[in-house]
Design a protein around this ligand. Structure first.
Ligand SMILES: [Zn+2]
Ligand SMILES: [Zn+2]
Length: 491
């Protein structure tokens, strides 16, 4: 994790929010390369799930919603963690997590010497277990109190209870409250889904582990509505679609580079299921902090629509033409965090390799995720014709892709820098490309393309460059393209 955090800062992926003021608790800013990576994740998600599927539509609901939404959803009453406070140092802890960290103890059996004792263990000298504050070792703790994780704010010019509302803790409710709007305006038949990408906010007591858990984060959520009266392939429609979404979601993460061995499915046990959920499965990823939730796929039954119908007094049903009856659809909810997905893609792409006796750090991003697709590098920055050609190539390719020009170091160094940020291809312009007018030599009009993963190089004519990148960045394997061109030594 340290390597990822340090690389992220050094190379412009992720910075701590408000760093020059000492930073804020667990908020993060995406730098020039981080924002490209994040946009790519969101773009492919939207393309694969909303654009390409005939049964899906998009939505962009507002962050501030009617406060009753959060009553209906259960968040006002149940979205809480039990908290205890230290009366001495004023630190605050989650009551259910307090014994998961080492604790400070002033031991009466050893003249009050200070020890730090491993999580959950008793003192080996006096045998007591922790009862006081684990951080300062002195303060009494208050009894647990429920602390709501929603950020409160006020709508309008008066700060009074009547104008109290919340920053949404999830995007899902924006979809539920628009169910009927979408149904009516888009004239849909079940099953269909509504997807949304947007910010959500949770006032986590123990945020941390870099962007894994932060107070402001972004979600990619789908609510897929199905007719509970129908069966598909002999199974209830909700169970069939739940299974389909689990398989599709797993396949999606694999397609864009997460390794098989770092992914697993975990079914929620009966005692951890929300009371309304029929079944929930988490896709877990082996993060640097261990196996943790990457995304959840829940069968929420008809709970949400029924709750909103009850609190709003509106009818939120679907008319089943075949059976001539109104039904409340069931909903399957595949819900993923953008930041968490980004961390997983970053962690999985990160490699330290040895190349010709030197360490090479490389991010083996899927080309669709790579923040930069191509770097154009002049071999001699003093040669004006080489530099001009390189700039012209960058200008041309950047009509379709994110492309950078860099001449701030020697070529070997420039290659390593691009490897480190995961740029799949480099183009170098050299003397051969442009020729040498002083000697009366004309150039061959070819440039070198270098592949990040194999470090192989090929010579490609300038006219063919656009179509070659269309193939390579469109998913063609390097070997199948490279075979058609003249090989150069590895770079
Ligand atoms: Zn304390
Ligand atoms: Zn002791």
């Amino acid at each position: 994790m340290d390597a990822l955090v340090s690389l992220s800062k050094r190379r412009g992926f992720i910075f701590q929010s408000s760093e020059i003021y000492g930073g804020t608790g667990s908020c993060w800013d995406y730098g020039p390369l981080g924002v490209e990576l994040k946009q790519n994740i969101k773009r492919i998600w939207w393309r694969d799930y909303i654009q390409r599927r005939p049964d899906m539509m998009g939505l962009d609901a507002s962050i501030l919603m009617h406060p009753t939404v959060w009553k209906a959803s259960g968040h006002v009453d149940n979205f809480t963690d039990p908290m205890v406070d230290c009366l001495e140092c004023r630190r605050r802890f989650r009551a259910d997590k307090i014994d998961e960290t080492p604790w400070v103890h002033y031991c009466p059996a050893t003249k009050g010497n200070k020890f730090t004792i491993p999580a959950g263990e008793p003192c080996s000298h006096c045998g007591v277990t922790r009862t006081l504050c684990p951080e300062c070792g002195k303060g009494e703790l208050t009894p647990p109190r429920q602390f709501n994780l929603m950020f409160k704010t006020f709508m309008g010019p008066v700060e009074e209870d009547a104008s109290l509302t919340y920053l949404r803790p999830e995007t899902a409710q924006g979809i539920f409250v628009n169910f009927d709007n979408v149904l009516q305006s888009m004239r849909r038949k079940l099953p269909f889904g509504i997807g949304q990408i947007g910010k959500a906010f949770r006032n986590e007591i123990t945020p941390g582990n870099f962007i894994f858990r932060s107070r402001e984060f972004e979600q990619m959520e789908i609510e897929f509505f199905v007719n509970p009266l129908e069966t598909v392939e002999g199974r209830p429609a909700d169970e069939y679609w739940h299974e389909r979404w689990i398989e599709d979601s797993m396949a999606w993460f694999r397609r864009y580079g997460l390794s098989e061995e770092n992914l697993r499915l975990r079914e929620h046990e009966a005692d951890e299921l929300a009371h309304y959920a029929k079944r929930t499965a988490d896709i877990e990823y082996r993060f640097p902090i261990g196996w943790s939730e990457l995304m959840g796929i829940a069968n929420r039954t008809d709970f949400d629509l029924k709750q909103h119908a009850k609190f709003s007094g509106k009818t939120l049903t679907y008319f089943d033409e075949e059976r001539k009856e109104h039904v409340v659809p069931y909903v399957i909810e595949p819900s993923a965090g953008v930041d968490r997905a980004l961390l997983a893609f970053l962690a999985d792409a990160y490699r330290e390799e040895e190349v010709r006796g030197e360490k090479r750090v490389v991010l083996r991003f899927h080309p669709e995720l790579a923040p930069l697709k191509v770097a154009v590098l002049p071999l001699l920055k003093k040669r004006e014709d080489i530099v001009r050609t390189a700039h012209a190539i960058r200008d041309e390719l950047s009509k379709d892709w994110t492309v950078v020009y860099d001449d701030t170091a020697a070529i070997g160094r420039l290659y390593r820098r691009q490897d480190e940020v995961g740029t799949p291809y480099c183009v170098t312009v050299d003397v051969q490309t442009v020729g040498d007018q002083a000697k009366g030599e004309v150039g061959d009009g070819k440039v070198t393309i270098r592949d990040r993963d194999s470090m192989e190089q090929i010579r490609v004519s300038l006219d063919a460059l656009g179509s070659v990148f269309l193939e390579l960045l469109g998913g063609a394997a390097w070997a199948s393209v490279a075979g058609r061109f003249e090989r150069k030594g590895d770079g």
